[in-house]
Design a protein around this ligand. Sequence first.
Ligand code: BGP
Length: 477
Amino acid sequence: MTTTTFPKSFLWGGAIAANQAEGGYREGGKGLTNVDLLPRGEERFSYMKGNIPHLELQDDLYYPSHEAIDFYHRYKEDIKLFAEMGFKCLRVSVSWARIFPNGNDAEPNEEGLTFYENLFAELKANGIEPVVTIAHFDVPVHLIETFGSWKGRELVGFYETYARTLFNRFKGTVKYWMTFNEINMLFHLPFLGAGIVFKEGENRDQVLYQAAHHQLVASALAVKALHEIDPEAQIGCMLAAGVTYPYSCNPEDVWAGIERDRESYFFIDVQSRGAYPGYAKRFFREQEWDLHMEEGDEDILKAHTVDYIGFSYYSSRTISRDPEILGKMTAGNVFPSVKNPHLRTSEWGWTIDPKGIRITANQLYDRYQKPLFVVENGLGAIDEPGADGEINDAYRIDYLSAHLRELNEAIKDGVQLLGYTCWGPIDIVSASSGEMKKRYGYIHVDKDNEGNGTLNRSKKASFDWYKQVIETNGAAL
Ligand code: BGP
């Protein structure tokens, strides 16, 4: 047993997203979203980047998120298993298109609201707090076709209406909200992250910064709305975090690391401190872009900052200005990084760096001085059953316990941490690859990459391990 410092109120749990778990993509009056249009296979990456030939479903492509793991129908069974592990919270997202099928309908879709009402009630009945992301990647297709998704200023108002609808309905039920999942994903996978499709001749960076401004104003308006409607509840931002290391002590590398981190901090500086930082203003000036900001936007950003900082952490990143080193990029990472010779990588080429979560948490806390919430962390791996038919995922236990031990150290360092929700406590569709074989769960789901399988749930070895960790409030780590 280790001495741990996780507070008594620590929110242990797991995190999933509507578009990767629910399925039922046309049920209950739901409209189509960007994620529904993402196929598995070779096309996927260029689609996620915003290079999309046809904004429509094609018969010959397989779309894993359409059925996903059928959480839409099976959530009661799944929640029982989460409760058995002792979850204190479950992070889920609401699908915008279940509530407003077109994104901007005059009235919300009652069937969609009822689905989430039942889901949250089931969680509460099992002693599990819902932690809810308002937008986890999915944008209604109608908004993409009509307004260019977040390129259009109109989305600010539509999103605000959507958020207000949720807050009014779930007031007193949901205590923790988040505005946008991994808001910085907009820069890396613009279609997956924010429904952005590029047109020929567009200045991509300008488009992305304009869309970012719209999301930042929308996020601040959601904060304002929640504080008015349900002052007891809290609302956070959410960053795909991960410290960037300079490859060497050459000041050029060190500066490159600072600049790379600022591409992500840029968002949180606005959401948490309430204003564009000096380095962003300098960048805008030098680009000579005509970014459209309305009068009053700055006041909105200033007045409505987030209550806490949610972040995902999978790996650290490394940067170099040396062309020879730059040739050795890691494959498979969404965030560009050169290979760090001190660290191993996962089967998908993602760098494994437990110490990095302590460094990241310390940096975020030093910078913002607001409570942090680790809302994603985990190892995507191929799970094979052993001779006894059981999945002994010792590698997953190693990864997770090493990260949790470092978080325990971060708490000792003085970091205020609300909770920890590992990514995909039950196997779900992978966002970046669209595959089922990239699994994160403590609970196995019988479904293969082609969509075949019974969808039956079964426990892996990590199930009992996590149960113990929660039971002992981390002492079993
Ligand atoms: C984050 C997303 C999640 C999730 C996770 C793991 O970027 O917020 O939705 O999928 O990464 O990534 P993947 O599923 O690609 O392995």
